[in-house]
Design a protein around this ligand. Structure first.
Ligand code: PAF
Length: 281
């Protein structure tokens, strides 16, 4: 497995792979890999002849006062884990390589980014779509893999690819969870022992809400109020948002009828966690 830091060299490697007729799978990440990322890499390996993992903590998607500086970084550990999945190349550019002096071009997907994390993290998705568009242009993958944990991000990237006629499949893979239900996330590393013990309340509450819908409750306000009450009862949890939206266009739902996304963001101390569930009715 090779680690490449500059755009000219990764483009050269891609040119060679294309000449050999190889398909290319890209797994974009910010590193500090966990089993969720590894599941994406394994799927990419199964579907493609060349697998590229990008690792780039993208300053553009972090707001003022967010955790850009503290975001965990471990390229050596990541490389060891990625290699075991059969990944061929890690592309780990510097900030200067991605955004040189005078960089001025941004990609913005409207509407889908208005609510949920888009509302509580202004500018976040503009940063995500800009860097992902750049990665797609640099790597020209046949397929790119993202996790369902970032449900809104997944839809926004699919929409960007469609709207900009990008010639690739954006594949969304299921959330990978710890044994206690906690969604895997690089940010779990920030949690204190007590916070980590409390965090699975998010998954448990989402499962409970889904089961209430499955057994006939259709009123989104009632479901939301119950989730709010359950999570508020945990003293270490501070709710950022709880949203019940149409799973395809993220518009607010009043009466639950089609596929519905219940998504939430909750702070435990300084750590902001997100989780979600899709309910099919
Ligand atoms: O999900 C992430 O890790 C990031 O938002 C992504 C897609 C790699 C863009 O920086």
């Amino acid at each position: 497995m090779e680690i490449i830091h500059d755009i000219a060299s990764i483009k050269q490697a891609i040119k060679k792979a294309r000449q050999a007729g190889h398909t290319i799978g890209l797994v974009p990440t910010m590193g500090y890999l966990h089993e969720g990322h590894l599941s994406l890499l394994r799927q990419a390996r199964a579907d493609n002849q060349l697998v590229i993992l990008s690792i780039f903590v993208n300053p553009l998607q972090f707001g003022v006062g967010e955790d850009y500086e503290e975001y965990p970084r471990d390229l050596t550990g990541d490389a060891a884990q990625a290699e075991k999945t059969g990944c061929h190349i890690i592309f780990a550019p510097t900030v200067k390589e991605m955004y040189p002096q005078g960089y001025n071009t941004f990609v913005d997907v409207e509407k889908l980014t208005d609510g949920l994390c888009g509302a509580s993290r202004p500018g976040h998705f503009r940063g995500v779509t800009t860097v992902v568009a750049k990665l797609f242009n640099i790597v020209t993958p046949d397929r790119a893999y993202f996790g369902q944990k970032d449900a809104q991000q997944a839809l926004v990237i699919q929409k960007m690819a469609r709207d900009l006629n990008m010639d690739l499949d954006v594949i969304i893979m299921p959330i990978i969870r710890e044994d206690d239900g906690q969604a895997m996330s690089s940010r779990n590393a920030y949690l204190s022992h007590e916070e980590r013990k409390a965090a699975p309340i998010l998954n448990h509450t989402l499962i409970q809400a889904a089961s209430q819908i499955q057994t006939g409750e259709r009123d989104a306000t009632t479901i939301r109020a119950q989730i709010f009450q359950a999570i508020s009862a945990e003293p270490l949890a501070a709710i950022d948002y709880i949203s019940i939206v149409d799973a395809t266009d993220l518009t607010d739902v009043i009466k639950i009828k089609g596929p519905t996304l219940i998504a939430l963001a909750v702070r435990f101390g300084k750590t902001r966690l997100i989780d979600n569930i899709i309910v099919e009715v």
